[in-house]
Design a protein around this ligand. Structure first.
Ligand code: IMP
Ligand code: MG
Length: 191
């Protein structure tokens, strides 16, 4: 059965990663994570909000080890414009990280600065293990040497929305990832 809004959800944007491909990538990543982490130890999943919202929800439902979830707010974009400074808005020092198996999650790796900043803060708190996972990685030069252990796939270096990713806090609800051309971003379309 088609969902009632299947037509409207197309939005006329060029699809970069289809809903089916997202599903397939999430299943594959969860199998890789399960292979590397024992089934009887707690995996502490720390997800970057709000972009990793959908990815987190889908990924953890494939995992069978005990899971604890933490949400960390970070900000690096205003609309489609990158800010110079990455801001980790939450206090990582207050999280129970020492001695835990930690998995950092983000939806997209762009410059790598956000995950690198969070990774530094988590790493300083003596986790038992620390790995990073991104659904998407943009094909571009990185300004950091962070290389996530788990990557869904590489995408072209374009601004994308959907599956958690936003422009001005909109478009996150799309079940696929699509390119947002600059003219549509500047109109601030309400969808
Ligand atoms: P980085 O710090 O440059 O790697 O950027 C990662 C963060 O920027 C992600 O957590 C996203 O929130 C945001 N971001 C990067 N590229 C895009 C994009 O194409 N669309 C929407 N958000 C993006
Ligand atoms: Mg954003």
């Amino acid at each position: 059965m088609q969902p009632h809004n299947a037509g409207r959800r197309q939005q006329g944007l060029p699809v970069v990663v289809s809903e089916a491909e997202v599903r397939e990538m999430v299943a594959r990543l969860s199998a890789e994570i399960a292979r590397d982490h024992p089934d009887d130890e707690v995996l502490y999943v720390v997800a970057i909000m709000k972009g990793a919202l959908m990815f987190l929800a889908d990924l953890v439902r494939h995992l069978t080890m005990p899971i604890e979830i933490e949400l960390v707010n970070a900000r690096s974009y205003q609309g489609t414009q990158r800010q110079s400074e990455v801001e980790i808005l939450d206090d990582v020092a207050s999280l129970p990280i020492a001695g835990r198996h930690v998995l950092l999650l983000d939806c997209v790796l762009d410059s790598g600065e956000t995950l690198a900043a969070l990774r530094r803060q988590v790493s300083a708190r003596a986790p038992a293990s620390l790995k990073t996972c991104v659904l998407l990685s943009k094909a571009r030069e990185r300004t950091t040497d962070l290389r996530p252990e788990y990557v869904g796939r590489t995408i072209p270096d374009v601004f994308v929305v959907g599956y958690g990713l936003d422009c001005g806090n909109r478009w996150r609800h799309l079940p696929y990832v699509a390119q947002l051309p600059p003219d549509r971003a500047s109109k601030g379309e309400a969808r």
